[in-house]
Ligand binder design. Structure first.
Ligand code: HEM
Length: 306
C-alpha cells in the first residue's frame, strides 16, 4: 500500500480453470491469461482517474462480497423477478457502487483471454494477490454484514464468524481512511451519541447532515484525505472524530471493554507502515474466503449465473 492512494485497489477479475487446481495461487492465471493483471490495473487506474472515490467503492464492494458467504462474486448478481440477491440487501442498496467498472474490466479481460475470466478475484497491487477464486452460482439477501450502529461485541462476533479476529477487525476497519458515508449512516452518531467530539458532531449537524432530509448527503470517512490511503483514520478514532458509531467502538470504551482494540488503534496511529503491512495481510485473509477447484463456475456475465 505505502500510501499510494486508492488507485492501489485493484480488481482482478479472473478466471477459472481446471478442477484439479484446487488452491488459490498468485500464479493461477500466468499461463492462461498473462494479460490479466495489466488489464485490471489499467481498468482500475482509468476508473479512479475519472472518479477518485471509485477505489474506495470497489474496496468496499470486495468486503461486502467476501462477507456474504465468500469472496465469490455473489454481490455482482442482479436481482430478477424470481431471485433476490445481495444487491438489494440493506447494507448494499443505494450504497455499494462500482458494478459497471467490474463489467467493463471483465469485458476487457475476456477480450484478451477468451472468456476464461471470472468475476470474483479482487485485491490490491502492492501485495501478492491470491488467484483462482470461482464465482458463486447464487446469492441470498442475508449478507451477514455488521451495521454502523453495531457494538464492539457484535463487530467481533461477526468477524469471528468469518475466521477473523480483533486485530483483523481493527486493521480492516482502517479501510475507512478512504471513501464517503451518507448522512443516513451517521446521523444517529452525530445527534444522539456522547462518544463523539462535540465540535466535530456540531459541524456535521450544521453542515451536511440535517435532522430531517439530506439522507444521501455525503461526508468523507476520513476528514483530511478521503482519497488517500494512510493511517490518519486511527488518529481520528483517538480524537473521536469519525462518522460511524461502529468505528468509534474500536477505541475509547464502547459498550464492552475495548482494551485489545484500543492498543491496536494506538499502534496504527503511531506507525503508518505497521498499518499498511497488516492491512495487506488482512486483505489476503479476507480474500481467502473463497470458492475454489470445481466449486461454483466461471461466470460469462458478472450479473447472472451462466
Ligand atoms: C467493521 C464493520 C464495518 C461497518 C459497520 C461498515 C460500515 C460502513 C458504512 C455504513 C459505510 C458508509 C456507507 C454509506 O453511507 O453509503 C461504509 C463505507 C465504506 N466502507 Fe465500511 N464498514 C465496515 C468495515 C469495512 C471493511 C472491512 C472495509 C474494507 C476492507 C470497508 C470499506 C469501506 C469503504 C472503502 C467505504 C467507502 C465506500 C465509498 O465511498 O463508496 N468497510 N462502511
Amino acid at each position: 500500500m505505502e500510501r499510494r492512494g486508492t488507485a492501489a485497489v485493484v480488481l482482478l477479475a479472473v478466471a477459472a480453470l481446471a478442477a484439479a487446481e484446487a488452491q488459490l495461487s498468485p500464479a493461477f492465471y500466468d499461463a492462461i491469461c498473462p494479460a490479466l493483471q495489466p488489464t485490471v490495473r489499467r481498468g482500475m487506474a482509468q476508473a479512479v482517474q475519472k472518479e477518485p472515490r471509485m477505489g474506495a467503492s470497489i474496496l468496499r464492494l470486495f468486503f461486502h462480497d467476501c462477507f456474504a458467504n465468500s469472496s465469490d462474486g455473489s454481490i455482482l448478481l442482479d436481482d430478477t423477478p424470481s431471485f433476490t440477491g445481495e444487491k438489494s440487501a440493506g447494507p448494499n442498496a443505494n450504497s455499494v457502487r462500482g458494478y459497471e467498472i467490474i463489467d467493463g474490466i471483465k469485458a476487457q479481460v475476456d477480450a484478451s483471454c477468451n472468456a476464461t475470466v471470472s468475476c470474483a478475484d479482487l485485491g490490491g497491487p502492492n501485495w501478492t494477490v491470491q488467484l483462482g477464486r470461482r464465482d458463486a452460482l447464487t446469492a441470498s439477501p442475508n449478507v451477514n454484514l455488521p451495521s454502523p450502529l453495531s457494538s464492539l461485541p457484535a463487530l467481533l462476533s461477526s468477524f469471528r464468524a468469518k475466521g477473523l479476529d480483533a486485530r483483523d477487525l481493527t486493521t480492516l476497519s482502517g479501510a475507512h481512511t478512504v471513501g464517503f458515508a451518507r448522512c443516513s449512516s451517521f446521523r444517529a452518531h452525530v445527534y444522539n451519541d456522547t462518544a463523539v467530539d462535540s465540535t466535530f458532531a456540531a459541524q456535521l449537524r450544521a453542515g451536511v447532515c440535517p435532522w430531517t432530509g439530506g439522507d444521501g448527503n455525503l461526508a468523507p470517512l476520513e476528514l483530511q484525505g478521503p482519497n488517500k490511503f494512510d493511517n490518519k483514520f486511527f488518529r481520528d478514532l483517538i480524537a473521536r472524530r469519525v462518522l460511524l458509531r461502529s468505528d468509534q467502538e474500536l477505541f475509547g470504551g464502547g459498550a464492552a471493554s475495548s482494551s485489545t482494540t484500543d492498543g491496536i488503534v494506538r499502534a496504527y496511529a503511531a506507525n503508518a507502515s505497521l498499518f499498511a503491512d497488516d492491512f495487506a495481510a488482512a486483505m489476503v485473509k479476507l480474500g481467502n474466503l473463497a470458492l475454489t477447484g470445481s466449486n461454483g463456475e466461471i461466470r460469462l456475465n458478472c450479473r447472472r449465473a451462466n
